[in-house]
Write a protein that binds this ligand. Structure first.
Ligand code: V0D
Length: 265
């Protein structure tokens, strides 16, 4: 599609969006980078690189819209099983991203957070991320939450162990163990649960991402691979979210449109 047409398309969608009903927290599984590359006979790392360009576009779009939290699944605990060259390449991406983007993020008052176990990521990567966490810790605008070496089940196990250690120290008792307490020991501590989860590349599953937090989240799937994902898809996901009635386990509303699969793309 020519650039001009794309922009008019974006504008038409943008005008339809109700600024009063924006999802506060949007989570994204940025899937399909490897497949995008393979379809073009290119090495998988080229797909990841292209995926980073998409990421930058979506961060800008989310910030302009006034999204409160953007959570991104960047690297799962399972991703270590990939070929070591690919893992090495992926582990260089946080540094590359931050080298180019950190000043821009700071200008926009964006706060970076990380969900996941950084103790196992290479030191250079960890130091680059920690520097960004410190530099943006006082920012009060959009939260950019990167899941790195993250697994939903292991996050819950970790929370249980933390709570147990507090109990053994006599700081909590059994009655203190509630859903709210457990939630406060997850990586997402003070963040509200995601309102909308987007997954690209046609896989219709959660893949161990934010298991606890996604309990009542609206789900939106597209067959589009992450490198081809655009502002237009992001806006369409938000528009679709705005047509849904959220029930949070209540009964009054009609059961419709809970799970959406993008038709084309
Ligand atoms: C590859 C497409 C940004 C999906 C986006 C650790 C997969 C590009 C980061 C990043 C990756 C992480 C932490 C942080 C700042 C940036 C990133 C990984 C992969 C794997 F504090 N993009 N990105 N991290 N990709």
């Amino acid at each position: 599609m020519p650039e001009k047409e794309k922009v008019t398309n974006d504008l038409a969608l943008l005008q339809k969006i109700d600024r009063e009903k924006l999802p506060f927290h949007v989570a994204i599984i940025m899937d399909g980078n490897g497949r995008w590359a393979r379809q073009r006979g290119l090495p998988r790392i080229v797909g990841h690189k292209k995926g980073m360009d998409t990421l930058k576009q979506i961060v800008t779009c989310a910030h302009e819209l006034g999204i409160g939290v953007l959570s991104l699944y960047a690297f799962s605990t399972e991703n270590w099983k990939r070929p070591s060259l690919e893992v090495d390449f992926l582990m260089r991406l946080p540094e590359e991203y931050l080298h180019k983007e950190l000043d821009r993020l700071i200008e926009k008052n964006i706060k970076i957070m990380v969900a996941g176990d950084l103790s196992q990521v290479p030191e250079r990567t960890r130091l680059a991320i920690e520097k960004a966490l410190i530099k943006t810790s006082g920012n009060t605008g959009m939260v950019l939450n990167f899941a790195v070496n993250y697994g939903g089940r292991s996050e819950i196990v970790r929370a249980c162990k933390k709570i147990l250690s507090f109990i053994l120290e006599g700081r909590y008792s059994e009655e203190d163990i509630t859903e709210e307490l457990l939630a406060r020991h997850l990586y997402t501590v003070n963040l509200p649960d995601p309102d909308l989860l987007i997954r690209s590349s046609g896989e219709i599953r959660i893949s161990n991402f934010m298991l606890w937090q996604l309990a009542y989240t609206e789900l939106w799937f597209t067959k589009t691979l992450w490198p081809d994902f655009s502002r237009e898809h992001f806006l369409r996901a938000i528009l679709d979210y705005q047509t849904r009635e959220r029930r949070f386990g209540n009964i009054q509303a009609k059961a419709h449109g809970k799970l959406h699969i993008d038709e084309e793309g």
